[in-house]
Design a binder for this molecule. Structure first.
Ligand SMILES: Nc1ncnc2c1ncn2[C@@H]1O[C@H](COP(=O)(O)OP(=O)(O)OP(=O)(O)O)[C@@H](O)[C@H]1O
Ligand SMILES: [Mg+2]
Length: 394
């Protein structure tokens, strides 16, 4: 087990700056996901930690030790890839045993006929067999040990690949999209298995994915990457409820967060069509974007005000329905699409083409400046008496 620390990691390929100064500290036993869109540099960063790629500048520290110049096999990390990379001609047991044979047996001990005659061979093989059995037991693949990879399902192969990584008891696991070859149902199932495995092993996990749902469900913390930079590192709840950058707010969460153009007046009050937000911002007199998640919106009566819109699509998820509506208000928000999450009962009353009014008066409204940074609410956001009266009446 180990902490992993990245200090100002930069990577420039001949035609592109791929990593632009990444800093990250991962605690001992922590499960941290690197999440971001395709091409943002996640795999490059993971390969640098593993030692498979050299950084242009910056330091990687594993367990407090700078591993610059230390070759991958000596870093004591296990890497699990999207492609399982199992040996097809070996059984599951032989696949899992291979890393230990390579590490623990001498070249002579590995010889097919001579090796077993050596006195040291038997005790080493006993220890290796015990480690393989323990790993198979943890991953519940004992009954598969005699099969070859070609006779396994995708999920079983992925478990064998994990087994091969685990058996060496590495200080940390680096995983690059390990579930993306599996079908949707199995992917969801394997998420919970990976979380359980993490709890059972107590090892440090760094998990790369472009799937924000995977990151949200498994991680202790999520590092959201974009364009070679980490925009925010925080717990799943924090990146979802309290994003510090509009790009984080838009990347995390499904459906995508709703955004609407707005302005701030000279007193920090937000002005947007249909909005009567009482909180004030630190910013004054500028264009901003307000963002609000679908579950914080609700439909209201026309006389209550709100944003007038027209239903354009209903996305039925069984337990919830996402109602897509196009804002019909003229003005800056006009034409924007807004998604409101409702119960199936509410959705039954709405049809494509129905006019609706959307209440934006919610605590879930966040504001972002044109440079994507989050605008803080002012501490004096409690309504003054006159405003309070309006608010109660609204
Ligand atoms: N050896 C290389 N030479 C030049 N450019 C490279 C090299 N390896 C990666 N890149 C570029 O670096 C950028 C980041 O690549 P990387 O594989 O780290 O992205 P990623 O975030 O893992 O994407 P994905 O989600 O698609 O796997 C990409 O634009 C890629 O084209
Ligand atoms: Mg990648």
């Amino acid at each position: 087990m180990a902490t992993i620390e990245l200090r100002e990691i930069r990577k420039a390929f001949p035609k592109a700056d791929v990593l632009k100064g990444v800093n990250l500290r991962i605690g001992d036993g922590e499960f941290v996901s690197l999440v971001g869109p395709s091409g943002c540099g996640k795999s490059t960063l993971l390969r640098i930690i593993a030692g498979l790629e050299d950084q242009t500048s910056g330091d990687v520290l594993i367990g407090g030790r700078n591993v610059g110049g230390i070759r991958p096999s000596a870093r004591d990390l296990a890497m699990v890839f999207q492609s399982y990379a199992l040996y097809p001609h070996l059984t599951v047991e032989e696949n899992i045993r291979t890393p230990l044979r390579l590490r623990d047996l001498t070249t002579t001990e590995r010889l097919p006929f001579v090796g077993p005659l050596l006195p040291s061979h038997r005790s080493k093989m006993r220890a290796i067999d015990a480690a393989v059995a323990e790993t198979a037991n943890t991953l519940k693949i004992t009954q598969l040990l005699n099969r070859r990879p070609g006779h396994l399902s995708g999920g079983q192969r992925q478990r064998v690949a994990l087994g091969r990584a685990m058996v060496r008891k590495p200080v940390a696991f680096l995983m690059d999209e390990p579930l993306s070859n599996l079908d949707a149902a199995l992917r969801v199932h394997m998420r919970s298995e990976l979380s359980e495995l993490h709890r059972a092993l107590g090892s440090t996990f760094i998990y790369v994915t472009h799937d924000q749902a995977e990151a949200l469900t498994m991680s202790d913390r999520i590092a959201v990457m974009m364009g070679g930079e980490i925009l925010q590192v925080a717990t799943p709840d924090q990146v979802y409820d309290d994003p510090q950058d509009l790009r984080v707010a838009e990347f995390i969460g499904s459906p995508k967060i709703n955004t609407l153009p707005a302005t701030v007046d000279s007193e920090g009050r937000i002005t947007a069509p249909g909005l009567s937000v009482r909180q004030r911002l630190h910013a004054t007199s500028q264009d901003i974007t307000i963002a609000v998640r679908s579950e914080h919106l609700r439909f209201c009566k026309a006389e209550e005000g709100g944003l007038s819109a027209k239903v354009v699509h209903k996305e039925n998820l069984g337990s919830d329905v996402f109602v897509h509506a196009r804002v019909s208000d003229m003005g800056p928000a006009g034409g924007n699409r807004v998604v409101v999450r409702v119960t199936p009962e509410t959705a039954h009353m709405l049809h494509v083409g129905s006019p609706v009014n959307i209440d934006l008066t919610t605590k879930g409204v966040m504001a972002f400046a044109t440079d994507n940074s989050r605008l803080a609410n002012r501490l004096d956001s409690t309504p003054r008496p006159a405003e309070a009266a309006v608010a109660v009446g609204a």
